[in-house]
Design a protein around this ligand. Structure first.
Ligand SMILES: [Zn+2]
Length: 166
């Protein structure tokens, strides 16, 4: 954990004034590349690197506002990705989610035939598993629903990533 204290969304000149917050949603890989690059050049930036690292860390610990369908007791922590062979489509839906309880996982996984690798954690790092835009849109739509993200502007996203800090 870093001790960096973020003050607000951070816009980047080199990305036409786009904030790192919106990049977390629209171009997560670029945030990762930016961190990698800034670390490789020796961390000259006093704000961009800690801010980007803070956002990536926060993206791993967001809490679902929606409870598990099975136990109705714990927040959703996993989502199932169902590949439909006939159409080449992926089904990603709030209905195919569960908390981290083993019994709830089993109930979700037993409804059809699934590989355990089809169950992904509800974290921003899971985005990289979806290189195709149409699939990624589904994942982001699920995140929007589950996390209650109201808009994709920098300030709203900043608040979302800042809330629930441990
Ligand atoms: Zn549950």
């Amino acid at each position: 954990m870093t001790t960096y204290i973020p003050q607000g969304p951070l816009k980047l000149k080199r990305f036409n004034g786009q904030s790192i917050e919106t990049m977390m949603i629209q171009n997560y890989e670029t945030v990762l590349s930016l961190i990698e690059y800034l670390e490789s050049v020796g961390g000259k930036s006093h704000t961009v690197l800690p801010h980007a690292k803070w956002l990536v860390e926060q993206g791993e610990t967001r809490k679902s506002k929606v409870m598990c369908y099975f136990c109705k007791d714990k927040p959703i922590q996993n989502f199932l990705v169902i590949f439909i062979k006939a159409t080449g489509e992926m089904r990603i839906s709030i209905q195919d989610t569960c908390c981290d309880d083993d019994r709830c996982r089993e109930r979700l996984m037993s409804s059809e035939q699934f590989h355990p690798h089809n169950l992904l954690p509800l974290r921003f790092s899971s985005i990289v598993k979806f290189p195709h835009t149409k699939h990624r849109k589904r994942v982001l739509e699920l995140f929007r629903q589950v996390f209650g993200i109201k808009s994709a502007n920098g300030q709203t996203l900043f608040q979302f990533f800042k809330d629930q800090e441990q």
